[in-house]
Design a protein around this ligand. Structure first.
Ligand code: MN
Ligand code: MN
Length: 457
């Protein structure tokens, strides 16, 4: 009786066979490789383009004619990407979108970063996204990004990922001298302006050189990349944790890594578009930049590029983009908070997502009275319930945390405002936005199953 009338939660491991658990674990080996290869939005786009081309995708041409099963992609300024498989019905019944993001919180360089202080060469930084600053000190970080030169050349930089590479570090105060610091609030104890990176401590051998430590770093960079200090003005340099993804726990059930938010939805959404066959409706996976700072700019989803793409696809079918968008559906694929037994008071137990209980579905996000949320229509929630249940996807309803404690948002409100029925679906994460976030391998695989079921059913 109670089984039919009452909602029950069951650990995913207890719902899966050993073979299914192995499928999930194997899938996560590919995911871990993606985590290590693609730590920035640019690297994630490079990875997606290479994987897409290997799977038969070609660059989209809005003057071309496409047939069911054709696979195309649009590279959005090297920092976002859209991949589509043309459906049997084309766009006439709407398109199906899975939208994840590939940027992650990190520490960027200022345009004039290099200076020296007390015989140490340092970089000034400006953090990106919602970091907890105390987590970024005294931990090895790697330098990723590009220098764009005046001659049009773009030089890629990636230092600190190879075991033979040096790494970099932001120092922290020793506890012996932290009596004042420990009495401050976290916000006051760790400020953005204090997040300066140590990048060298030997001078050039030149007694006349007044900035010998800064000069030595610049000389090494010039020798390796041919750049001058001015070239930092047109660079995008991002510092991210230098370590690789690792299995966590005696049972290896979890993956610890930098940037699960939102690579843990990006990778499954990418694999789902590769594996969707010839779908009924045209399917699109979107991997977007700039979510962590409000989806701004011409690579963020506040931009019109997704709507323009759907318009182009609609025109090929003799339809108007707006009519197609209003019939379309979207999984806004972004992580949710996993209930953390170390911090139970931050959560409400009945409505939280738990690791190993499947992919999370959030009707709404937002903060302080659902402010800023899409709040998906009940009718579309019901459709997604049916699609997931029919396909055997293990999923759970998820609310971010205790009411009035805080909150968050996703790209759901941006896509829903195009007229698209949109719901938040994503993997629960522990220690979200930290340098070492954790997810369950089974949840990652259920996310893949969910995105795929949404595309093919
Ligand atoms: Mn996110
Ligand atoms: Mn985030």
């Amino acid at each position: 009786m109670s089984e039919k009338l009452l909602t029950e939660r069951k650990h995913a491991f207890l719902q899966l066979t050993d073979e299914e658990v192995k499928l999930a674990d194997d899938f996560c080996e590919g995911y871990k490789n993606f985590l290590d290869e693609a730590k920035t939005e640019r690297e994630a786009v490079d990875y997606a383009v290479a994987a897409a081309e290997a799977n038969g995708f070609v660059p989209f041409d809005y003057t071309a004619k496409y047939n069911a099963g054709d696979k195309v992609y649009v590279n959005v300024h090297g920092k976002s990407i859209m991949l589509a498989v043309i459906g049997k019905n084309g766009t006439k019944n709407g398109v199906r979108i899975s939208a994840a993001h590939i940027d992650a919180p990190r520490v960027d360089l200022k345009p004039i970063p290099l200076y020296e202080a007390n015989d140490t060469a340092m970089f000034k930084t400006h953090y990106y996204g919602g970091i907890r600053k105390y987590q970024w000190v005294a931990t090895p970080i790697a330098m990723h990004g590009v220098f764009a030169l005046k001659n049009g050349e773009v030089i890629k930089v990636r230092i600190g990922e190879d075991d033979k590479d040096p790494v970099f570090c932001i120092t922290d105060l020793l506890p012996h001298l932290a009596q004042e610091q420990v009495t401050k609030t976290l916000a006051a104890a760790f400020t953005g302006e204090d997040l300066n990176i140590t990048v060298g401590s030997r001078p050039v051998r030149d007694e006349d050189e007044k900035k010998a430590f800064k000069m030595n770093v610049m000389k090494l960079l010039n020798d390796k990349y041919g750049i001058t200090e001015d070239d930092f003005l047109s660079a995008e340099i991002e510092f991210v944790p230098a370590f690789k993804s690792r299995d966590v726990g005696f049972d290896r059930s979890l993956i610890g890594a930098y940037g699960h938010d939102d690579r843990v939805c990006s990778y499954p959404a990418l694999q789902a578009i590769f594996d969707c066959g010839v779908p009924e409706d045209t399917c699109i996976t979107v991997l977007a930049d700039k979510e962590e700072i409000g989806s701004t700019g011409n690579t963020g989803l506040q931009g019109h590029w997704l709507a323009y793409f759907v318009e182009d696809l609609a025109k090929m079918d003799g339809l108007e983009g707006r009519h197609v968008l209003c019939k379309s559906t979207c999984l806004s694929a972004d992580v949710t908070a996993a209930y953390d037994p170390n911090y139970p008071s931050a959560f409400e137990a009945n409505n939280s997502a738990y690791v190993n209980y499947g992919v999370g579905v959030s009707k709404y996000t937002g903060s302080r009275g659902k402010s800023g949320t899409n709040d998906c229509n009940a009718e579309f929630v019901a459709k997604v319930r049916k699609v997931f249940d029919d396909a055997g996807v293990i999923w759970q309803m998820a609310e971010l945390g205790r009411v009035d404690l805080g909150g968050g948002g996703t790209v759901a409100l941006l896509i829903s405002k195009l007229g698209v029925d949109t719901i938040d679906v994503g993997v629960p994460v522990l220690s979200m936005h930290s340098p070492f976030e954790m997810v369950s391998k089974l949840d990652v695989y259920e996310a893949y199953k969910g995105f795929k079921a949404f595309f093919v059913n």
